[in-house]
Design a protein around this ligand. Structure first.
Ligand code: SF4
Length: 275
């Protein structure tokens, strides 16, 4: 046992650093600037795409939705568009080696829930618990998502569909890389096409940025409807972020209430958060 004055061990330091970096990501920081002074001859250029204009939705004049990207990814893998059920899609993916994450996984984490769900939750990528069990959103963050669904919304976890953008765990829980997103994203697009939910909840910075192809901080995206493959998507904070920042549960609950209103669900009278 270490004395009070002992320095923290390496594992503790790494864990603290990982939590801090995750918090910065949720707050929208994508990387540290190399320098605040442009190099001689450098051309100032914004990497952030222009925001799409907001357009009103006919069936809900008070709400607006930002059109999403046009993603024609199904044709990337011939035959993918012919899968007509989630089981067929899972068979199509098989023991996938289409990206460099394949050797890193214990289990490929496809997705769980109602194949005809009205509501779909999409997260980033499997973590250690998910990789071990082959199921998305288990462990502490998963339990918080389950609480939001069951205690907050009054649904069962099996009423909704839950999956990730990336199906295999990145080593050391690092961010998925662009080539990995490009390789795996067609499977998510096909999942969305097959489930055809009425609404999608995008969980956390990475998932929302990967799906919408924008870099706007999640704190600005949340609370506003976006569109993906003709379906409304509500971005909100990731449950893992809420474990470290429980004060923001009320913001997630506000986003979830917006989704419930759209789905015609009764909003329970309760305090400021779902859990
Ligand atoms: S992350 Fe996706 S594309 Fe990469 S190996 Fe896993 S299933 Fe295949």
């Amino acid at each position: 046992m270490s004395s009070p004055s002992s320095p923290p061990d390496r594992a503790t330091l790494l864990e603290s650093l990982r939590d801090y970096v995750e918090q910065l990501r949720e707050e929208g920081l994508e990387g540290l600037p190399a320098s605040t002074t442009p190099a001689p001859g450098a051309i100032a250029k914004s990497t952030a795409p222009e925001r799409a204009p907001r357009v009103p939705i006919a069936d809900s004049p008070k709400l607006e939705v930002t059109p999403g990207p046009s993603i024609e990814l199904i044709s990337k893998y011939p035959g993918l568009e012919k899968t007509s059920t989630l089981e067929e899609l899972r068979d199509f993916i098989g023991e996938c080696t289409r990206c460099k994450l394949a050797p890193c996984r214990t289990n490929l984490v496809f997705g769980v829930g109602n194949p005809n769900a009205q509501l779909m939750f999409v997260g980033e990528a499997p973590g250690a618990d998910e990789d071990a069990r082959g199921e998305p959103f288990v462990g502490r963050a998963g339990q918080l998502l389950t609480d939001i669904i069951e205690r907050g919304m009054g649904l069962s976890r099996s009423d909704v569909y839950i999956c990730n953008v990336i199906k295999c765990r990145p080593p050391d829980n690092r961010n998925p890389e662009p080539d990995e997103v490009a390789a795996c994203e067609p499977f998510l697009m096909r999942q969305i096409d097959l489930v055809q939910p009425r609404a999608i909840v995008g969980l956390g910075t990475f998932a929302v940025h990967a799906i919408l192809k924008i870099k706007t901080p999640i704190s600005k995206l949340r609370g506003h409807w976006h569109e993906l493959r003709g379906i409304r998507m509500m971005p909100t904070f990731h449950p893992a972020y809420l474990l470290r920042n429980p004060g923001d549960k009320r913001l997630v609950w506000a986003d979830i209430q917006e989704v419930m209103k759209f789905l015609g669900m009764p909003i329970p009278r309760r305090g400021g958060s779902a859990t």
